[in-house]
Structure formats: structure tokens, C-alpha cells
Design a protein around this ligand. Structure first.
Ligand SMILES: Cc1cc2nc3c(=O)[nH]c(=O)nc-3n(C[C@H](O)[C@H](O)[C@H](O)COP(=O)(O)OP(=O)(O)OC[C@H]3O[C@@H](n4cnc5c(N)ncnc54)[C@H](O)[C@@H]3O)c2cc1C
Ligand SMILES: *[C@@H]1O[C@H](CO)[C@@H](O)[C@H](O)[C@H]1NC(C)=O
Ligand SMILES: *[C@@H]1O[C@H](CO)[C@@H](O)[C@H](O)[C@H]1NC(C)=O
Ligand SMILES: *[C@@H]1O[C@H](CO)[C@@H](O)[C@H](O)[C@H]1NC(C)=O
Ligand SMILES: *[C@@H]1O[C@H](CO)[C@@H](O)[C@H](O)[C@H]1NC(C)=O
Ligand SMILES: *[C@@H]1O[C@H](CO)[C@@H](O)[C@H](O)[C@H]1NC(C)=O
Ligand SMILES: *[C@@H]1O[C@H](CO)[C@@H](O)[C@H](O)[C@H]1NC(C)=O
Length: 495
């Protein structure tokens, strides 16, 4: 019953491209794969306890893919074999990295193979050439640690435990995007396995059209086993300011006024994060606002910059200097690690990009949220999360260089519908959709625009990739994945 209504927003997407799971015997798939693959590969029935022990768990369990068999290929040749085997048998498969993809579109995947890329976990850094090459399942914090050790950097996402490849394939955004753009803007080349099991070296010189598509719509075109990036010498010797503060909900108007001021002249070194949620402290009554500021420079400079926020007299202020690689673990009083790195979360995601700061719209949205949460305790785990990066880094690259279309976004906003069980799903879904529509109304754009990784899964693909990019992305899809093998995650074409 619950599962039925949860899937309702997806009804339009529910024509499965490729799935014959009802006819597939898990044991024979398991045995076939075991005999096909190299001795280093691992194969496990989903029902076997080794699956739970050895395979990457999913972050979001509200609308997760369901598998019959898990496979961990060890060699490039293993991946080719799994792809060819699955396509020949008409069995669906999903390449997985960090397991943090949370779009409801993944819930359409039923009864196929989990191709866990966990054995593709190498990191090679060449500080002289200023490049880094990583395997398809390397995590964001592993990248940050490796680069910090040699005095280099790259934009990393806010959550340390997500797949770095997974993040890159959708563009990828994080605090140092203000300096360097989307994570995919630093991508030089990838090694990709196509739907036909072919290995392609994709770069500016070979398959350049595919490189454009992989930077932002990458989960649509193949399995990515290795990725090569440009990296940059560490800013401020690899240290940054982290500042966290908390405001009362009643201060929201003043906070938005400052946010609007900063949005027109945000220094490239500064990233701003705002989170609005129900106060865990009952004496505060209603919603509170936490603000996070990351400054890629000396603390004194950063502090001077954010002084207007301090002047609003927040309930608390904590400013520190942290090594660059610890930013994601430190920011927001450590909340992202606490809530973003433990799998098994019941989570209903919604997102919307804002192209302006419409103060009356935001005040009324916060008011709506405050009232909704006061009357319905089921909504109190939800929050509105706002990421505001400088445009400088994004605008180093022109719009036609990649499928990532969000170079002029003021704020990447999420309505994080976190619940503790499926019983809250309906309320969180309704609330998330209402908040998204309300915020969209003040976005400065007529059409919904959503960072692909923050999408719910019900959006038009134009919202994730832009109307301008879609024709080019569709023709790439027709060339490289005409059967729609790689179409489980916010695909460029609806199925
Ligand atoms: C708590 C949290 C915080 C987040 N914060 C940020 C953030 O700050 N910035 C940001 O940009 N994003 C953020 N995200 C979104 C994140 O980038 C996406 O969820 C991304 O898809 C995660 O990749 P993954 O490998 O962990 O997930 P998976 O679920 O393993 O993969 C997601 C999708 O990507 C595909 N994929 C992954 N790896 C490969 C590969 N090597 N080859 C081919 N396909 C692949 C999978 O097939 C799947 O369709 C956050 C997510 C969470 C849950
Ligand atoms: C693959 O499976 C789907 C769904 O079961 C089915 O519609 C399709 O005809 C199958 N394709 C082939 C080539 O067998
Ligand atoms: C589970 O997998 C292990 C390791 O492959 C195997 O030894 C065991 O027999 C399997 N258990 C079942 C019930 O199939
Ligand atoms: C891809 O590039 C690597 C490294 O340069 C090379 O070893 C390999 O042969 C290339 N593969 C193809 C299919 O061109
Ligand atoms: C948000 O701020 C406005 C004034 O700017 C205020 O009227 C409103 O009550 C505040 N909202 C909440 C939930 O406190
Ligand atoms: C302030 O932040 C630092 C890390 O940035 C943390 O170690 C410390 O515990 C925080 N202090 C308080 C009082 O929260
Ligand atoms: C959208 O905004 C307009 C005013 O700007 C308002 O009249 C309308 O009710 C809003 N719609 C929603 C769904 O919030």
C-alpha cells in the first residue's frame, strides 16, 4: 500500500526500458557470472548475507533499486563481460559507486544486477602535471585526503562519503566551485564501457561529443571506470575558515536581506550554506536557521566579510580554521557527516534552483514551513538546504562546454524530506512538492530548473539538463545507448 502511493509520482516514468526480471533465475545469473569473470571478481546473491557485508549500502531506502545479484568486477574485462552478458539476456544492471544517488527514478530498477565498482578504487596524483586519475568508485573524502597530502585541491561535494565519479557525472558542486566551477569542469578524460561492451577513451581529442555529455549527464552513456582531472595548487596553504551560526526563525527576513546583498557580489573564495529546520530545542518554538560560511583564505579576512551576519546577533557563532580536506566534516557543526554518511535513511528529495533572491517569496515559504511543521510533527525531520556559491568558477567555462547548465544559479536549494519510516512518506512527498513549487514561483524563471543530483525524479529532463542541451544529449543517447540500458537515474529521455 505504502509502496504504491510512493510510486505514484513516477507513474509517468514507469514504462521500463529493459527488464525481464520476472523470468530471471537469480542462482543461474550468479553461477553464469561467477564462471565468466576473473578470480578477483566477487559475485553474491542479493539474498546471501555476503551481499550485505561486502556491497555498498544505499543511502536512501525510500525508493531504492532492487537487485537479485551483486557483482564486483575486478578488471576492465570483467565489466565488459557483465555488460555484454546482461544486455544479451535482457537483464537490467546498475553501475554503482558511493550508493548516494537518491532520485526516485532509481526505484524503477527492479530485479537486476548491482554492478558495484568498489574494486575500482585507485587514486593517482601527479602534482607536476597537475592531474589526478581515480577509479569509478572513489569517495569524495579519499580525493580530498590524497590532494591535501600533496598541497593540491579540486572542488569536492559537501558530503565526504559520496562517490566522486557519481558526483562528477551529474556536474558536481561544492564549496570550491566558486573558484573552479562544477567538478565536471575539471574533468579531462574518462575510460568508459559502452552498452556494447566496448572500451572508449573519451577526451577532447577522441569522442569529444561524449565528453560534453558525460560532464553533467554522465550516468546516461556507460560505465565509467576511470576519470582524469585537472587539479590546482592549494589555496591559502590548504586551510580555510569555517563559520557556523544559528538564527531564530523570526530573524529570517534579515538573513534573506543579507543573502540577497551577498548574491550580487559574492567573492569567489566564499561559500554560503543556509539550512532551515524545525528546532530540536522546544524553548525556541518553530523553525530555526543555521548558516555556514566557508572562506578559502585567512580567517581574519573571512570573518570581516561575514561580519554583517555576526552583527545580527545569532544565538551562537563558531569560527575556526580547518584543513581544506576537513571542510565537509566540519561544516554545519559536523551535521553532514552525521546525517549524510550513514546509509539507510528514509528520504524524500526535492530540489529547485533559484536565479534571484525574492525576499517576500522566501519569507512566505518559511512561514508556510513553520506552520506546516507546527501542525504536523511528521514533517519535522524535513529541512530546506540552500547552497550559494560565487559565479566566478562556473563562468570560467562557456555553456556549450558541457551538459552541466547551471552557471548562473544563485542558490541550489533542496527540500530534504527526511523521515524515520515509510509511514511519513505521503506527508513528506506532499510537503516537498508544495515547498518546491512555492520556491520555484520566486526563482526568477518560468520553468523549473533543478540540479540533476538534487532532483526528485518527476521533473522534465529539461529541468536537469536545460532545453538548449537536450537535443544534443538525445542524439548522443541514440548513438551510444539506443536501447536505454543506462537510463535508471534521471535520464535524458523519458522511458
Ligand atoms: C548526503 C548527501 C549530500 C550530497 N551533497 C552533494 C554535494 O554537495 N554536491 C553534489 O554535487 N552532490 C551532492 N550529493 C549528490 C551526489 O552527488 C549524488 O547523489 C551522486 O549520484 C552520488 O554518487 P554515488 O556514486 O555516491 O551514488 P550511486 O547511487 O552509486 O550512483 C548514482 C548514479 O550514478 C551512476 N554512477 C555512479 N558511479 C558511476 C560510474 N563510475 N560509472 C557510471 N555510472 C555511475 C549510478 O549508476 C547511478 O545511476 C549529495 C548526496 C547526498 C546523499
Ligand atoms: C526485454 O525485456 C523487456 C521487458 O521484459 C521486453 O519488453 C523486451 O521485449 C525484451 N527485449 C528483448 C530483446 O528480449
Ligand atoms: C553465500 O555465499 C557464500 C560465499 O560465496 C557461500 O559460501 C554460501 O554458500 C552462500 N550461502 C547460500 C545460502 O547460498
Ligand atoms: C586508452 O588509453 C590508455 C592509456 O592511455 C591506453 O593504454 C589504452 O590502450 C587506450 N584504450 C583504447 C581503447 O584506446
Ligand atoms: C520571517 O521574517 C519575517 C519578517 O522579516 C517575519 O514577519 C516572520 O514572522 C518570520 N518567520 C518566522 C517563521 O518567524
Ligand atoms: C567549533 O568548531 C570546531 C571545529 O570547527 C569544533 O571542534 C568545536 O567543537 C566547535 N565548538 C563548539 C562550541 O561547538
Ligand atoms: C506565486 O506568486 C504569485 C505572486 O508573485 C502569487 O500570487 C501566487 O499565489 C504564487 N503561487 C504559489 C503556488 O505560491
Amino acid at each position: 500500500m505504502l509502496a504504491v502511493w510512493l510510486l505514484q509520482p513516477l507513474v509517468a516514468l514507469l514504462v521500463l526500458p529493459y527488464n525481464s526480471w520476472a523470468l530471471v533465475d537469480p542462482q543461474s545469473v550468479h553461477d553464469d557470472l561467477e564462471s565468466l569473470l576473473s578470480p578477483g571478481a566477487e559475485v553474491a546473491l542479493r539474498s546471501n548475507s555476503t551481499y550485505a557485508e561486502d556491497f555498498t549500502p544505499r543511502y536512501n531506502i525510500a525508493t531504492q533499486p532492487s537487485y537479485i545479484v551483486g557483482v564486483k568486477p575486478a578488471l576492465v574485462g570483467d565489466v565488459q563481460k557483465v555488460v555484454i552478458y546482461a544486455v544479451e539476456r535482457n537483464i537490467s544492471f546498475l553501475a554503482t559507486g558511493g550508493g548516494h544517488g537518491y532520485s526516485t527514478s532509481l526505484g524503477r530498477f527492479k530485479g537486476g544486477i548491482d554492478m558495484d565498482l568498489g574494486k575500482f578504487n585507485s587514486i593517482q596524483v601527479d602534482s607536476l602535471a597537475k592531474t589526478m586519475t581515480i577509479g569509478g568508485a572513489v569517495r569524495a573524502n579519499e580525493v580530498a585526503t590524497a590532494l591535501q597530502a600533496v598541497g593540491m585541491e579540486i572542488p569536492v561535494p559537501q558530503c565526504p562519503c559520496i562517490g566522486f565519479a557519481g558526483a562528477t557525472l551529474g556536474g558536481g558542486i561544492g564549496p570550491y566551485s566558486g573558484l573552479y566551477g562544477a567538478i565536471s569542469d575539471s574533468l579531462i578524460s574518462v575510460e568508459l564501457i559502452t552498452a556494447e561492451g566496448q572500451v572508449l577513451n573519451v577526451s577532447q581529442t577522441e569522442y569529444a561529443d561524449l565528453l560534453y555529455g558525460i560532464k553533467g549527464a554522465g550516468s546516461n552513456y556507460g560505465v565509467v571506470l576511470s576519470l582524469k582531472y585537472r587539479i590546482y595548487p592549494a589555496t591559502n596553504d590548504g586551510y580555510a575558515m569555517n563559520a557556523d551560526m544559528t538564527f531564530l526563525g523570526s530573524q529570517n527576513g534579515s538573513v534573506w536581506a543579507l543573502i540577497k546583498q551577498f548574491s550580487v557580489s559574492q567573492p569567489r573564495e566564499l561559500s554560503i550554506g543556509i539550512s532551515i529546520r524545525y528546532s530540536p530545542d522546544p524553548t525556541l518554538e518553530g523553525v530555526i536557521i543555521t548558516a555556514n560560511f566557508i572562506y578559502a583564505g585567512p580567517q581574519a579576512e573571512g570573518k570581516a566579510l561575514i561580519q554583517p551576519f555576526i552583527n545580527l546577533k545569532p544565538l551562537n557563532v563558531n569560527i575556526s580554521t580547518v584543513p581544506w580536506n576537513y571542510i565537509p566534516a566540519t561544516a554545519n557543526d559536523g551535521a553532514i557527516v552525521e546525517y549524510g554518511c550513514s546509509p539507510g535513511v528514509y528520504y524524500v528529495p526535492y530540489g529547485v534552483n533559484l536565479y534571484q533572491v525574492d525576499i517576500p517569496n522566501l519569507v512566505s515559504s518559511v512561514g508556510y514551513m513553520d506552520r506546516a511543521m507546527a501542525t504536523n510533527p511528521e514533517l519535522r525531520g524535513a529541512s530546506i538546504v540552500w547552497q550559494q556559491y560565487a559565479h566566478y568558477g562556473f563562468q570560467l567555462y562557456s555553456q556549450d562546454t558541457s551538459a552541466f547548465p547551471f552557471r548562473d544559479v544563485i542558490a541550489f536549494v533542496q527540500v530534504d524530506g527526511v523521515g524515520s519510516s515509510a509511514s511519513q512518506g505521503l506527508a513528506l512527498t506532499q510537503f516537498g512538492r508544495e515547498m518546491r513549487d512555492m520556491l520555484q514561483n520566486g526563482s526568477g524563471r518560468d520553468e523549473l530548473s533543478v540540479f540533476v543530483h538534487f532532483g526528485h525524479g518527476d521533473e522534465d529532463p529539461a529541468a536537469w539538463f536545460s532545453r538548449d542541451n537536450l537535443p544534443r544529449l538525445m542524439s548522443l543517447k541514440n548513438v551510444y545507448d539506443p536501447l536505454g540500458i543506462f537510463s535508471w537515474y534521471n535520464p535524458v529521455k523519458r522511458y
